[in-house]
Design a binder for this molecule. Sequence first.
Ligand SMILES: [Zn+2]
Length: 169
Amino acid sequence: MAILEILTYPEPRLRAQAEPVDRFDRPELQQRVDDLLQTMAALPACVGVAAPQVGYPYRLLVIQCQNSRKPPLEHPGLLVVGNPEILSWSGTEVGREGCLSLPDYTGNVLRAQTIQVAFQDRDGQPRQLTLQGFAARVMQHEIDHLNGTLFTDRIVSRKTDLFPRKQRQ
Ligand SMILES: [Zn+2]
């Protein structure tokens, strides 16, 4: 396993459409899943990493919602998510988001409050989940990465909704 470097804006690979995962039984894919999990675990307060953020151009992401200081109503725990599709959504909510690929900013982003998502787990088995609140937000943020979208694309006003992070030591 390896802790991978997170690509940061304006790296062009963050803007690409990711390819579907065709087979889950390839050793290379399983290795990448392990690397994503280890990378997420190594980063403080990290709740999700999408494969394109580490230069792996496939529709694959990992989520770990218990790590958040703002726990979701029902947290899904640790998820390996391949080929996700949002089947339905309801409600909207504005919340603060950050991104490892945009380390200098946070922003207020409008997201669906509840989503139903279909995906394949790391064995390629189909799954469906209903996510709410923070967990739904994390999933939508990470799925955006698979389509080359960053949270700053969804901000209405850079003047009022984008915030520089405090200087780190
Ligand atoms: Zn992100």
